[in-house]
Design a protein around this ligand. Structure first.
Ligand code: XMP
Length: 211
């Protein structure tokens, strides 16, 4: 649906299963996010196939964290395969992020949703937000597990830079709360693809976001 704010994290290995879930859920999605499990299991061609099959944007969540040249070599092939967005780590510095941004739309990580994010990432989030405000990527990743952090990041981030939040469902985040805190898009994986009826699960979350 054109107005959807929901992104499916399609973290399965198998090509057929991925395409099947994508077809079943596409009506309720803004975009599909692919991560290493699916790329390792099915090959990079899955990006092209998912786009052809659903017509939705594809986000390649590679969390690139390398030197500029290697980031460029990887991102070049992934954008060529049809990815509309690539997720990159920003802690490696602005030159590495710029290398990806020069090739296509980029989303950078400023904080993560798992408990360990408190150890190293959260202490430098302010600096990563500064970097985002300077480079102006399409968006940043912020943790749905901590709505107060989403609100904080929104308050510091320049308008126009989108906030995408994983961590709803399996990791404990609540979709409604995170949207209220300022997220633009919600990323959901296991609660949809690992459920008995992915279409029903995605519909329920979609409707929760509409109210
Ligand atoms: P689940 O199954 O937990 O899947 O709904 C979430 C998806 O999002 C990714 N993920 C993150 N990516 N920063 C990121 O850049 C994060 O804080 C984060 N938390 C979850 C995860 O890899 C999976 O694809």
């Amino acid at each position: 649906m054109g107005d959807s704010r929901l992104i499916l994290a399609l973290d399965v290995y198998e090509r057929e299963r991925a395409l099947q879930i994508a077809r079943e859920t596409a009506d309720y999605l803004w975009a599909i996010k692919v991560n290493w499990p699916l790329i390792i299991g099915s090959g990079l061609g899955i990006v092209t196939e998912l786009k052809e099959e659903t017509g939705l944007p594809v986000i390649a969540d590679l969390k690139l964290a390398d030197i500029p040249n290697t980031n460029r070599l990887i991102a070049g092939r992934v954008f060529e395969a049809g990815a509309d967005y690539i997720i990159a780590h920003s802690f490696v510095g602005s030159d590495s992020v710029r290398a990806v941004m020069e090739l296509g739309k980029t989303i950078i990580v400023v904080e993560m949703s798992h408990p360990g994010a408190r150890e190293f990432i959260q202490p430098v989030t302010d600096k990563l937000i500064e970097l985002a405000n300077h480079l102006k990527p399409f968006g940043v990743i912020a943790p749905a597990t901590r709505p107060e952090r989403v609100a904080y990041i929104r308050s510091k981030l320049k308008p126009g830079i989108k906030i995408l939040t994983p961590g709803v469902g399996a990791q404990g985040g609540k979709a409604g709360e995170v949207l209220k805190a300022g997220a633009d898009y919600i990323i959901v994986g296991r609660s949809i693809y690992a459920s008995e009826n992915p279409r029903e699960s995605v519909r329920r979350i979609y409707e929760e976001l509409e109210v």
